[in-house]
Ligand binder design. Structure first.
Ligand code: 6PG
Length: 472
């Protein structure tokens, strides 16, 4: 019986596309899904020359694979992963490798690694970014876990991943659940950038009065320079899409309530858990939550309807400033996400190679951008950089845009155009670059009412004072 080099469980669009990508690159692969329709579609949709087989039962699937088996799971995160593992692990043999390619929570991965290790099986968490199209044509792939198991997968992963300068957008992300963690932070940054782009859109639309055709032109221009990125590119194209029900543009017919599957929230929770400041990501998560209060927002807008927007005096100049503000606040969002990876790597002993993270984010993934090229050279020079804002070349770039960020933030505040992401990126920057923050006062207050003690600037030790009350 012919044996297949890889197996894929979960033949939804992502799983099927990734499977075809693997097959396109000359690897044989068998697929399984509980939905037999999907199994049928798999073989029907395979191009000639692909070594692809759909299997009817999990037993057939497992016995169709070469040993050690290399099985990729592309099923929804959470219970479905445990359900598949519960069914499949009794059929596997020592040394087999199961790779979870979904957006699983890293602690779930830790639990599964330990569980499968007790059965002498390898379990790996692997982030995959790029959506349906990326999965088919070349995603960014973030594998982590057992380095020996990774070695067996490396040639295939390098073949199917996106390429930038002939380099594959995949690399070993570290021990344990590092692959899932890196993907989680990728998504947190994705939330932040999407929030920032939506604010820039609002400023251009309600501030400068740009219509969709003009917005298309602005985003086209932005995408052709230093802001070139996947998210700017798709935003450009969104402004051209006409609606099928009305004569309007589709974007204007879409209800302003944002959905979320949870990876952004995990990123924020994690940052709080291990003590890392990532306010622009936090605000992006909470802004999606706030967007869901549609009925209340409508009500409140009627009560507080005094907002009057003053058009910017020089539209061209304004567009340029908004672009620079978007560029810089995006850079600051990456800085926050990457600083979370630095701390998480220490905290969980992941040993995440930051240089490789930014290298493989340059192509294939949702947050790919030319800016990552600069981060790549910064981490090449100093792989232990704790914050990208400390790099010399990046600091020059930041300095060249900071005035525009301040002006844009000021315009938004004065005109009552909500810009939580932009304000927070600027606020983070200002706090991060302040030598003496006013938290000496917070420490004094804590010690005053709760004897929480404080440290001094002029001598070592921990101090407490019996504060004088003016009532005494
Ligand atoms: C990717 C995306 C992908 C997915 C997110 C979106 O990298 O390909 O991040 O993982 O689009 O799950 O998440 P929300 O539904 O939470 O926006």
């Amino acid at each position: 019986m012919e044996r297949y080099s890889y197996g894929m469980v979960g033949l939804g669009v992502m799983g099927r596309n990734l499977l075809y990508n693997i097959a396109d690159n000359g690897f044989s692969i068998a697929g399984f899904d509980l939905d037999q329709e999907k199994v049928k579609e798999l073989e029907e949709g395979a191009a000639s020359g692909m070594k692809v087989r759909g299997t009817d039962t999990l037993e057939d699937f497992v016995s169709a694979l070469e040993v050690p088996r290399k099985i990729i799971l592309m099923v929804p995160a959470g219970k479905p992963v445990d359900a598949v593992l519960g069914n499949i692990t009794p059929l596997l043999t020592e040394g087999d490798i199961v790779i979870d390619a979904g957006n699983s929570y890293f602690e779930d991965t830790n639990r599964r690694v330990a569980d499968l290790a007790s059965k002498k099986l390898h379990f790996m968490g692997m982030g995959v970014s790029g959506g349906e199209k990326g999965a088919r044509t070349g995603p960014s792939i973030m594998p982590g876990g057992d380095p020996e198991a990774f070695k067996l997968l490396k040639p295939m992963l390098e073949a199917i991943a996106a390429k930038v300068d002939n380099e594959a957008c995949t690399a070993y992300m570290g021990k344990g659940s590092a692959g899932n963690y890196v993907k989680m932070v990728h998504n947190g940054i994705e939330y932040a950038i999407m929030q920032l782009i939506s604010e820039a859109y609002d400023l251009l639309k309600r501030g400068a009065g740009l219509n969709n055709d003009q917005l298309y032109q602005v985003f086209k221009e932005w995408n052709s320079g230093e802001m070139n990125s996947f998210l700017i590119e798709i935003t450009r194209d969104i402004f051209t899409q006409k609606d099928t029900f009305t004569d309007n543009y589709l974007v204007d017919q879409i209800l302003d309530k944002a959905g979320a599957k949870g990876t952004g929230k995990w990123t924020s929770e994690q940052a709080m858990e291990i003590g890392v400041s990532i306010p622009t990501i936090d605000i992006a998560v909470t802004s999606r939550i706030l967007s869901a209060y549609k009925e209340e927002r409508v009500q409140a807008s009627e009560i507080y309807s005094e907002k009057e927007i003053t058009k910017p005096e020089d539209t061209e100049q304004f567009i340029k400033e908004v672009g620079d503000a978007l560029f810089l606040s995006t850079l600051i969002s990456y800085a926050q996400g990457l600083s979370l990876l630095v701390k998480a790597s220490e905290e969980y002993s992941f040993e995440i190679p930051l240089k490789d993270v930014v290298k493989i984010w340059r192509g294939g993934c949702i947050i790919r951008s030319v800016l990552l090229e600069k981060f790549y050279s910064a981490y090449t020079q100093d792989p232990n950089l704790s914050n990208i804002l400390l790099d010399k070349e990046i600091s020059e770039l930041v300095k060249s845009k900071i005035k525009a960020l301040r002006k844009t933030a000021g315009y938004a505040v004065t005109n009552g155009i909500s810009s939580l992401g932009i304000q927070t990126a600027l606020g983070y920057f200002d706090a991060y670059t302040t030598k003496s923050l006013p938290v000496n006062l917070i420490q004094a207050q804590r010690d005053y009412f709760g004897a929480h003690t404080y440290q001094r600037i002029d001598r070592e030790g921990v101090f407490h004072t019996s504060w004088q009350s003016s009532n005494n």
